[in-house]
Design a protein around this ligand. Sequence first.
Ligand code: FES
Length: 167
Amino acid sequence: MCVAVCETHKELYKELDQFIEKVKDKPGILIAVLHKAQEIFGWLPQEVQEYIAEKLGVPVSEVYGVVTFYNFFATKPKGKNQIKICLGTACYVKGADRVMEHFLEELGVQAEEVTPDGLFSVHPVRCLGACSMAPVVLVGEKDFYGKVTPDMVSKIIAAYRRGGRNE
Ligand code: FES
């Protein structure tokens, strides 16, 4: 039986279908399809996982298993700007927990929650490999901030409210 497709997401499912069509004869494509789906939808809602299972003819449990095994797959929605705060040891001893608190307070969310305007979500992460710059914050995939102090938080957020990093 077909999995119901939400009307508003039809275009997104269409894009996913086109990708599946291109790769369907290749072996071991589940991870590639999940990556693509995450790129398209921004995360992997349960109905998308079920849709992929049906399309690829694999058990839903296999798809869930892969999604929960790899931490780069998101099972919750994320903000347009994902703020990753390193809580690794070097950052923690330099006050990363206070930086985190300021982000959460200023945005009025809990960790991993999305702000009502969809612009931000805050994610604690492990060492980002830049311990000498501790505490470090990464916004999106490439906007890196080092030696972050709580009083820098408002300015960082304001930059993304205006649409991008303010150098
Ligand atoms: S502990 Fe934060 S970058 Fe290494």
